[in-house]
Write a protein that binds this ligand. Structure first.
Ligand SMILES: C[S@@+](CC[C@H](N)C(=O)[O-])C[C@H]1O[C@@H](n2cnc3c(N)ncnc32)[C@H](O)[C@@H]1O
Length: 498
């Protein structure tokens, strides 16, 4: 039986899927959801939906749905840099912490097995590691993908990032396909599990040293992604490593990790909790800061939005600052005014207004960011840098703090440190136009011309859509049109006519 995408039954189906599988579908996908509901719900869709709502956690019904609803794209050695960081940073550090016992790896959302098998191969290929160094558990909700993983036979397309010598070492030709080496195959255990559900055994404390959860959470609703990350955190060893897809970040999802940056890629390392002894591993990369973590706005239910929109929060705070009795003019400093002073390059006034804030507001991350911007633009680089480091000690995923720190390094002539922080800023917030613009300008200066063309072209698009409040905060006093002109001029100098 067919059903209209606008039917309330489809809306109910969409909510149930988000709740049971974590997957979020926007309005444009309702037609597809209607088709899937018709196929699975048969003649009595309300009864089917009632059954779905009542099904126990590991139901066959859900798994059958996962076959039709999940995106399963994957291949061997996807994001090669992350595999290098796994083999050269995470594995050695975790082996040390484990005192030589196998490192426990979870591939969460493993699809047809290419990811966990890649990790098994990488552990065998890496100098100083070996077959016994790693134990890999791989889970997915889609039984069709797990069946393919079990057969361990792959097309040339799946192996497109594997070089011929490695293909020769780890695969044998089997007609049109390539059959994986038996030893590698046996080193991965596949299980049908649902990342969106509680599961005491799967998420038992201290179960995994390294977790790969790549290109899975991007399909989840924000609430389910947050809940899944919380389960992962709870199941990880102190100091363990988490790899997300290269376009995914933990920003707004968790503050339980340090951000790591090596091999031109980003990944995370679980922070130690107050009562946890430091593991015997110190071979990992330096995190941006080792200062103790203080939670960001822990009681504010809107914190996810708040950190995503730092500049906008300054507006909110400006409204929230209370008026003290006695001296209204002194007690109600105006952050709009501070921002507008910044825009007019009246840095001292802007700083004076910030200084007048009551302590509770002066400590707010976004006010601190405003202060850091004012300081950096007035030339007080070391004071600005100090505030950024303090901000990053509280929240390493603060894209604005990375950006201002990058400005300070750039001003100081340290282009590679500047680039590293600008790259962190765009990794954490891919729509951050000004950070992308600076990356392009620096790349041109450093004669990385192809990269400069790509980044400046992207900056040009982003600048046209950047939030006005963010341009005001980070734009160095330049209006949007001037920044766009600058970007165009940089592109023209690179021979691109935008
Ligand atoms: C795009 S693939 C990613 C594969 C691999 N991690 C990679 O990056 O190449 C996403 C996988 O997540 C799985 N998945 C989606 N929702 C899931 C859930 N709730 N529980 C377990 N796996 C899920 C899908 O079945 C799919 O195989």
């Amino acid at each position: 039986m067919n059903i209209e995408p606008s039917s309330p039954l489809v809306a109910q189906f969409r909510d149930l899927i988000a709740d049971r599988l974590g997957l979020q579908f926007d309005e444009t996908k309702l037609g597809n959801l209607a088709r899937v509901l018709s196929r699975h719900g048969g003649k009595d869709m309300p009864a089917y939906l009632a059954m779905l709502a009542a099904e126990p956690e590991r139901s066959e019904v859900l798994h059958r749905l996962a076959v039709d609803l999940t995106v399963t794209e994957t291949y061997f050695y996807r994001n090669f840099e992350q595999i290098q960081a796994f083999a050269e940073v995470a594995m050695p550090a975790c082996l040390l912490a484990r005192g030589g016992l196998p490192v426990r790896v979870l591939s969460a959302g493993c699809a047809s097995g290419e990811e966990p098998y890649t990790l098994a191969i990488a552990a065998r290929e890496a100098a100083g590691l070996g077959p016994g160094s790693v134990w890999i558990r791989a889970i997915d909700a889609n039984p069709a993908m797990l069946a393919k993983a079990g057969s361990a036979r792959y097309s040339a397309w799946s192996l497109r990032e594997v070089n011929p010598a490695m293909r020769e070492r780890w695969f044998a030709r089997d007609g049109e396909l390539y059959a994986l080496n038996d030893g590698v195959r046996r080193s991965v255990r596949f299980e049908q599990r649902n990342l969106a559900q509680e599961d005491a055994e799967l998420w038992a404390p201290d179960s995994y040293d390294i977790v790969f959860c790549r290109n899975v959470l991007m399909y989840f609703s924000p609430e389910q992604a947050q809940a899944a990350v919380a389960r992962i955190v709870g199941a990880m060893a102190p100091g363990g490593y988490l790899f997300l897809g290269h376009a995914e970040t933990l920003r707004g999802l968790s503050n339980d990790f340090h951000l790591c940056h090596t091999h031109a890629t980003f990944y995370y390392r679980r922070k130690l909790q107050a009562d946890e002894p430091a593991p015997a591993m110190q071979a990992g990369p330096p995190a941006w800061t080792e200062e103790p973590f203080r939670p960001l706005l822990p009681n504010d239910p809107a914190w996810v939005d708040a950190i995503a929109r730092a500049a906008q929060r300054i507006d909110t705070l400006a409204v929230k600052v209370p008026q003290a009795a006695g001296d209204p003019a002194e007690a109600q400093p105006d952050l709009h005014h501070a921002l507008s002073c910044l825009h007019k390059e009246q840095f001292e006034q802007s700083l004076a207004l910030i200084e007048k804030l009551p302590q509770q507001y002066a400590d707010d991350p976004d006010v601190l960011l405003l202060k850091a911007v004012s300081l950096s633009q007035s030339g007080a680089l070391s004071a600005a840098g100090h505030i950024c480091h303090a901000l990053l000690a509280r929240d390493e995923l603060n894209a604005g703090a990375h950006y201002v720190l990058a400005l300070c390094h750039e001003e100081d002539g340290d282009n590679s440190a500047a680039l590293a922080h600008y790259r962190s800023a765009v990794y954490l917030d891919s729509s951050f136009a000004l950070a992308r613009l600076h990356i392009g300008v620096l790349e041109r200066r450093m004669a990385e011309l192809e990269a400069a063309r790509r980044d400046l072209a992207q900056a040009l698009i982003l600048l046209q859509h950047e939030e006005p409040s963010r341009l005001l905060l980070f734009g160095g006093g330049f209006p949007r049109s001037a920044l766009i002109d600058l970007c165009r001029a940089e592109l023209a100098a690179l021979g691109v006519s935008p």
